[in-house]
Design a protein around this ligand. Structure first.
Ligand code: SF4
Ligand code: SF4
Length: 56
C-alpha cells in the first residue's frame, strides 16, 4: 500500500515537509514513491486540494 497524488495537485508544496520518510517529490504534479511511502496519511491530512488518498 501507498498513498497517491491525483491530478488535482496544485503543486503548493504543503505536503512535502509532512512526510517522515521523504517519499514525496516536487513536480508540476507532486508524486509519492510507493517504495518509500509508509502509509501514515500525514500528507493527505494537510493537502488543501484533497489530492492525496490511499491507493486502491
Ligand atoms: S502517507 Fe505518509 S509516508 Fe506516505 S507519502 Fe504521505 S506522509 Fe509520506
Ligand atoms: S499538498 Fe496537495 S496540492 Fe499541495 S503539493 Fe502536496 S499534493 Fe499537491
Amino acid at each position: 500500500m501507498a498513498y497517491v497524488i491525483s491530478e488535482d495537485c496544485m503543486a503548493c508544496g504543503t505536503c512535502l515537509d509532512e512526510c517522515p520518510v521523504g517519499a514525496i517529490s516536487e513536480g508540476d504534479i507532486y508524486s509519492i514513491d510507493p517504495e518509500l511511502c509508509a502509509d501514515c496519511g500525514a500528507c493527505a491530512e494537510v493537502c488543501p486540494a484533497g489530492a492525496i488518498s490511499p491507493a486502491e
